[in-house]
Design a protein around this ligand. Structure first.
Ligand code: ADP
Length: 558
């Protein structure tokens, strides 16, 4: 006996307001009303402070929309920014998508050829550029076709001829509401290119819906826990992955915002944090290494009594950094993993239930891991013979999916990065433990393949950076006549002391199999950085490629 004869799988319609589009205008309305008095503080180019509230910001964002409309910008057009973290950039974060256009944040640290490529591919109609970044734009503007250049004045003199001052654009716009302008939340809102650590930059096109859901997720207690009691200082640039979505998250949840402008020095940032009572700050590890050194040198100079979270991601946080902040300064580092393609919140490293949350190795295993996937993000890892078990020891390439994970690249070059069943292939090699914690072993392109066996550079770097004389360590694969590749450690000294190779090898020996130990240690003044401040291993591999005698003529080198 069956319930019915014919198959009918259409289900019963839900009776909720599912058609209300989740757009950045929802965030803006909430910020302007419920959180209208919450502060937005910017360090200005002359070293002063610009202060207003979300109410004031929202009005100017709406006027910016109006000004752009008068210029002829329409829904779907790309409006680019070449700008640091400041209130005008925040206005663009809402004013551009709020009218249906697409905010293309351009990374000013990219190479000129990359800039030309991405501005051309994005077909940007307007470029909003900081006066201080004018030389970056001047070097490429003749080689791209952007109709209008808008300059964010910094008071150092008149804006270059033939450009429109930002203030004039805002003043020209009317303050009409943006409420119903964007009718569809799958519509594109923002565009960001990957920083190209491992190849040509690729465009990631965020929809309104993905930005709103991502902002919502940033309030989770096991996520970043943004709240209306927070004051957030994103060190992570607004030109890369929407400053990790923090401007949208802060505005949605009523956190105050502090924007450091062009001063990213440890002293400048620490001064700003002290003065504004910053509670949460965020950036890549290299930033926190510099700030830790300044705090160690002047432990009593700054008042960080309200700072409860330093969010670190974009590269693995070294144990010495997490422990240094905690043990010497009572500050909490919260480690997270993400990518441009994941908006970027992917996973966050909180200590799970049942584990002692105090300082110590048990908690540190979790705190130093890449964490558990955020709500609505799913993970799996694939090895050479299929998906790997969640046993904490079998490594595979991490694949993710979720409503704020890219489904395609802009420009169409998906390049085998998406699986046939709809997951994004990250290029990161991880293990996943039974509780769902990811531990990143390497990037597929950074792994060292020695005699057919893989060596993880990340683990070696972490161990080397625990030596007090080592400020920074990057372990790279170098061609080797017998073993295809062997690891070489490239080091930056903290002070004048450069410990001998034997001392470094002795530090590593108890922790690693002997064949993992680097074949050579090389000291450099500085490790080259990518446009987002990560170690640029490709440049190091090139620089040190002959260190071990090179590959055999016929040898296969990855
Ligand atoms: P790019 O790929 O050009 O560097 P992204 O900013 O998108 O630009 O970087 C994403 C990559 O950064 C990840 O694929 C991963 O390799 C690395 N990454 C991000 N967060 C972490 C982390 N917490 N630990 C280790 N690596 C990380």
């Amino acid at each position: 006996m069956t319930i019915r004869d014919a198959d009918d799988d259409s289900g019963l319609p839900g009776l909720m307001m599912d058609d209300l589009p989740l757009t950045t205008n929802w965030i803006l309305r909430r910020a302007a009303t419920v959180f209208g008095d919450r502060p937005v503080v910017t360090r200005t180019p002359d070293g002063g402070r610009h202060r207003y509230t979300y109410r004031g910001m929202a009005e100017r964002a709406r006027r910016l929309s109006g000004g752009l409309r008068q210029l002829g910008i329409r829904s779907g057009d790309r409006v680019a920014t070449l700008a640091m973290n400041h209130h005008q950039h925040l206005e663009a974060y809402f004013g551009v998508p709020g009218m249906g256009a697409v905010l293309h944040t351009v990374n000013p640290r990219l190479h000129a050829q990359d800039l030309i490529h991405i501005v051309t591919e994005a077909a940007d109609r307007v470029m909003i550029v900081d006066q201080a970044l004018w030389p970056v734009w001047a070097a490429i503007r003749d080689q791209v076709s952007v109709a209008v250049t808008v300059v964010v004045e910094d008071g150092t003199g008149p804006v270059p001829a033939g450009t429109l001052p930002y203030e004039q654009l805002v003043a020209a716009g009317d303050d009409s509401p943006l409420d119903d302008v964007v009718g569809h939340d799958r519509q594109a809102a923002a565009l960001c290119y990957t920083s190209g650590t491992t190849g040509q930059p690729k465009g990631v096109m965020y929809s309104h819906r993905s930005l709103v859901l991502h902002a919502l997720a940033e309030a989770g207690a096991d996520s970043i826990a943004l709240s209306a009691r927070d004051v957030v200082l994103p060190v992570v640039p607004m030109f890369h992955v929407n400053a990790w979505g923090l401007p949208y998250g802060a505005a949605l949840h009523g956190s105050g915002l502090v924007l450091p402008g062009h001063d990213l020095t440890p002293v400048g940032l620490l001064t700003l944090m002290s003065e504004t009572g910053t509670t949460l700050t965020a950036g890549v590890p290299t930033i926190w290494m510099g700030i830790l050194a300044e705090l160690d040198a002047h432990p009593d100079r700054y008042d960080l009594s309200r700072l409860h979270t330093m969010l670190v991601g974009g590269a693995a946080v070294p144990a010495a950094v997490l422990q240094g902040y905690r043990d010497r300064h009572g500050l909490r580092v919260l480690h997270a993993w993400g990518m441009t393609e994941t908006t970027p919140l992917g996973s966050v490293a909180h200590v799970p239930a049942g584990v002692d949350g105090g300082p110590g190795p048990e908690g540190d295993y979790y705190r130093l891991s890449q964490g558990r996937p955020a709500a609505l993000v799913e993970v799996r890892a694939r090895g050479e013979s299929g998906l790997v078990p969640w046993d904490g020891s079998t490594a595979g390439e991490l694949e993710v999916r979720g409503p704020w994970v890219a489904a395609h690249y802009y420009g169409g070059d998906d390049d085998g990065k998406f699986t046939p069943d709809g997951w994004f292939r990250t290029g990161d090699v991880v293990t996943i433990d039974p509780l769902g914690y990811l531990v990143m072993r390497d990037r597929t392109k950074d792994l060292v393949k020695s005699g057919g066996e893989w060596i993880s550079s990340v683990a070696l770097e972490n161990a080397l950076m625990s030596h007090p004389a080592v400020a920074e360590a990057a372990v790279i694969a170098v061609p080797h006549p017998q073993w295809q590749e062997r690891p070489v450690a490239v080091l930056v000294a903290r002070g004048a002391e450069r410990p001998p190779d034997e001392e470094l090898a002795a530090l590593l020996t108890p922790q690693f199999a002997s064949w993992w130990l680097p074949d050579a240690y090389r000291w450099v003044e500085a490790i080259p950085r990518t446009a987002t401040g990560k170690f640029l291993k490709a440049a190091l591999r090139e620089q040190f490629r002959d260190t071990l005698g090179g590959a055999e003529e016929t040898g296969e080198v990855r």
